[in-house]
Design a protein around this ligand. Structure first.
Ligand code: SAH
Ligand code: SF4
Ligand code: F3S
Length: 481
């Protein structure tokens, strides 16, 4: 298939790095070809696959909402489809490898259906070298758009459908805030609510600030209106989203911070409020006090530490040291009894020594996390860490990774054991994947629980007595009141 490439914008990492102090534009969507696309899309089918973090999942919901508005219908039948969108993640190499595999599998489907639009979006295409590679390797793809271009989706699909050219529209920019975008949520009792986009932290290993633009907060009242509407629709749980939720409001002239936002949302009475992710650098005592004060703010904090060693933290550009982190944990634990702490840890940062790694293990011993995500460092082209010398073999990194997981699991299992005999409020999610007579859901502190039940439980908060614990899940039975 020979297709001309029409480049509207191409990514540029130098531009992606810029940060100014201007407040961001609040925009609503405007697409020239909305009505034209409506005529072409009516009754057509789309398929979307999303990789990566909750920011991408929330973007998927926006994309689904937009497509539904012009008449597209979602399908899981990939053989019978008019539009395929692959929403990508670039945070580690294995995230990218999955996408390459996925596009490879789509080649045949694309060949059999020349009228289809095959689109790639998300964080991967924000990197110029990866985009070059994708364009060269996968001629079947006829639309690329970035994280800042979702709001122009109607025009982009229309162009791809009508010009028969490959459309590339990825502009590296600091970004705007769009309000009033349609949305088709994946769930009708649990919702993600964006509060701040982008990231200004530039941790030296991380690609996210380059793919997502600068930190820009949504207006206080726009967020609260969304929460109010979710409450009205019967949602049981909301999760405030941001790469750093604690930085909320710093870029606005509204005089509201994350603590104010949590407090106002809590007063609205949604049964469960969560938030992710918290950067230890921006976490104030005021926020801790608000979390402690309201029963419907879940007593769970995801507080990525990345490393327990000060030299590595410095090289990572994390802006805090071990002592600051441990003091913060101490204050949180003192003010919030029973707090569940979770974290992210990177093993094998360039030239990390055995002693430096051991500091991470001793930090785990001190904090005793209830859950953790662990990663082997993956160099990201364009980031400062990717240029650092690294003499540590992959084998050593893998061994350390296993050691870390083993250490974390001691505390995770011990914590799980303390649940046996207790009664927990569980928000039920689905029929269990391994046993169709069981349902699965999460406790207030985010522990996965399986217990006998059927689909009538889904979306309900029920009382469950815990009878058995495993490292990563609990087993229980419903309590009849
Ligand atoms: N904004 C959030 C999450 C960012 S990405 C935060 O700062 O906590 C999620 C996690 O991926 C990070 O916390 C980090 O542990 C991990 N990560 C990011 N870049 C990575 C890389 N290059 N290699 C390995 N892990 C990485
Ligand atoms: Fe990446 Fe650091 Fe920003 Fe998190 S805070 S998204 S790890 S740069
Ligand atoms: Fe991945 Fe982009 Fe999220 S790189 S982790 S999808 S912000």
């Amino acid at each position: 298939m020979i297709m001309k490439t029409k480049i509207l914008h191409y990514p540029d990492l130098q531009k992606a790095k810029l940060r100014d102090s201007k407040s961001s534009n609040i925009l609503s969507i405007k697409n020239e070809h909305f009505d034209d696309l409506k005529k072409l899309a009516n009754g057509k089918k789309f398929y979307i696959k999303t990789y990566g973090c909750q920011a991408n999942v929330r973007d998927e919901e926006t994309i689904k909402g937009m497509l539904t508005q012009v008449g597209y219908e979602e399908t899981n039948d990939i053989k019978n489809v008019d539009l395929i969108i692959i929403n990508t993640c670039a945070v580690r190499e294995n995230a990218e490898d999955k996408v390459y595999g996925e596009i490879g599998n789509l080649k045949k489907i694309r060949k059999e259906n020349p009228d289809m639009v095959l689109a790639i979006c998300g964080c991967m295409v924000e990197q110029p070298e990866i985009l070059d590679f994708l364009i060269k390797t996968f001629p079947e793809v006829n639309l690329y758009f970035g994280t800042h271009e979702i709001s122009y989706l109607y025009d982009l699909i229309y162009l791809a459908l009508t010009t028969r050219e490959r459309i590339v529209n990825i502009e590296s920019k600091q970004g705007d805030v769009f309000e009033g975008l349609p949305s088709k949520r994946n769930n009708n009792y649990k919702a993600f609510v964006n509060i701040i986009y982008g990231c200004n932290k530039f941790c030296t290993y991380c690609i996210v600030p380059y793919t997502r633009g600068k930190e820009r907060s949504r207006r206080f009242n726009d967020i609260l209106d969304e929460v109010r509407e979710l409450k009205k629709q019967g949602y049981k749980e909301i999760t405030f989203l941001g790469q750093n939720v604690n930085a909320y409001g710093k870029d606005l002239n509204e005089n509201h911070d994350f603590a104010d936002l949590l407090e106002e949302a809590a007063k609205m009475g949604i049964p469960r409020i969560r938030f992710t992710t918290s950067h230890p650098w921006d976490f104030s005592s005021k926020m801790i006090d608000v979390i402690a004060k309201y029963d419907n703010i879940m007593k769970c904090i995801h507080l990525p530490v990345q490393s327990g060693n000060n030299q590595i933290l410095k090289l990572m550009g994390r802006r805090y040291d071990r002592e600051h982190y441990l003091n913060l944990v101490k204050e949180m634990r003192a003010k919030i009894p029973g707090l569940a702490l979770s974290t992210d840890i990177i093993v094998g940062f360039p030239n990390e020594t055995e002693e430096e790694f051991n500091d991470t293990l001793t930090l785990v011993d001190e904090v005793k996390y209830e859950s953790a995500f662990t990663f082997i460092y993956s160099p990201r082209r364009g980031t400062p860490a990717a240029k650092m010398e690294d003499n540590i073999s992959y084998k050593t990194k893998s061994e350390r990774f296993q050691k870390l997981v083993d250490r974390l699991e001691i505390y995770i299992s011990k914590d799980a054991e303390t649940y046996v005999g207790t009664i927990q409020n569980v928000l039920v999610d689905c029929i269990s994947k391994t046993d169709n007579k069981m349902v699965s859901g999460y406790t207030e502190k985010n522990k996965l629980v399986h217990f006998p039940g059927d689909e009538t439980f889904i979306g309900q908060i029920v009382k469950v007595k815990i009878t058995e614990s495993h490292t990563y899940s609990l087993i229980g039975e419903i309590v009849h009141e």
